[in-house]
Design a binder for this molecule. Structure first.
Ligand SMILES: [Fe+2]
Length: 219
């Protein structure tokens, strides 16, 4: 089994217990060099102009109240297919608010908008390929808003672009979500690759918040 070139000590430090780290990384390590599967961008990338695109989606400038919902951290590393970290990759995320509504005029879901939720964030990876966001756990939403039936599982949309390694558009999911299995988008991803898009959480030792690790291999 080829292992990803993480420092074991750094992983343990970042993710807390070894048991938690092993649970989180089990499938990821075995598939370290598998290309992250692409999925549809969907219709709800927030239209410009964006009020803010920083890495904390839970707090807007000048607001005293944070976004509704459960705050989570999403961190990961962008690498090429050899596991080499990709610095200065641009990482865009966008997602629903706590009630399952996108801040997008095309979203016909009658769920409320959240004036305190940023809805989109843009990060650039550091020298070691890492990015990180603070956001809220998104909600499932009905496909009826798009003329379909069923519900989408909780997910965060990702667009990653690197000058030489290329681009990917995909979605990140939450382990244990019962809606994943029947999801219309997930059904388009080969069964043996789906685990690469599903994250579990460990407790972030610094903040106590749930930390979801989502690594992306470009190539
Ligand atoms: Fe979506």
């Amino acid at each position: 089994m080829k292992r990803r070139k993480y420092s074991r000590r750094a992983i343990t430090k970042q993710l807390g217990s070894i048991a938690g780290g092993a649970a989180l990384f089990g499938p990821g390590i075995a598939s370290a060099l598998a290309r992250t599967p692409a999925q549809t961008e969907g219709p709800f990338y927030p239209p410009a102009p964006h009020a803010e695109t920083d890495v904390d989606l839970t707090l807007l400038d000048g607001h005293t109240e944070r976004a509704a919902g459960d705050t989570i951290l999403v961190r990961g590393r962008v690498t090429d297919l050899d596991g080499k970290p990709l610095a200065n990759a641009r990482v865009d995320i966008w997602q629903t608010n706590h009630w399952g509504r996108y801040a997008h005029p095309g979203d016909k879901n009658p769920a409320p908008l959240d004036p305190n939720f940023q809805g989109i964030g843009i990060a650039h990876t550091d020298a070691d390929g890492y990015y990180g966001f603070r956001t809220i756990r998104p909600a499932p939403y009905p496909l009826s808003a798009m003329g379909d039936s069923g519900m989408r599982p909780r997910h965060i949309h990702f667009k990653v672009a690197h000058e030489t390694a290329g681009n990917i558009t995909t979605q990140m999911y939450f382990e244990g979500d019962p809606l994943i299995e029947g999801d219309v988008v997930m059904r388009g991803t080969p069964a043996e690759l789906r685990h690469l898009l599903i994250t579990s959480a460990v407790e972030d030792p610094e903040t106590g918040l749930p930390l979801h690790r989502f690594d992306i291999a470009l190539g």
